[in-house]
Design a protein. Sequence first.
Length: 138
Amino acid sequence: MNYVGWTLLALLAYTVFPPLVNLSTRTVPSAVVTLVAASTFALGAAGVVVYRGERVAPYLLSGEAIYMYAAGITLTVGLLAYYYALSVGPVSVVVPVFGMFVVTSSLLGVTVLGEPLTARKLLGIAFAALAIYLIAVE
C-alpha cells in the first residue's frame, strides 16, 4: 500500500477516535482513557518495531533523539489536553479547533523547516483556517 492508502487508513481510524474518546470519558476520567489508549498505541508501536526487526537502542542517544523526546512531551501534553477537552466539550467543536494543527503545522513547516510556500499553498492554509472557524464557531 502506498502513502495515500496509509493516509486514508489513518483518516478512517482517526475519524472514529474522537467520538470514542467522548463516549468513554462520559463514565471514565479523561486521564484514565488517555492512559489506556496511549498504552494500547505504545504496545502497537512496539509490535511493529518487533515485527520489522528494527532496533531502538541506537536511536535513544543519537543526534536526533532530542526531537523524539520533544515529540513525546508535546504529544503527551497535546493528547492529555485533547482527551480532557473531548470529555467536557462537544466533539463538533473540539475536533475542528484541534484540527487547526493542519494550519499551524503547515506554517511551522514553512517557517521552521524551510518548506516552500506557494500562493496555492497559502490559499489552502487560509481556506483551512476559514473552514475550521466556520465549523467550530457556533
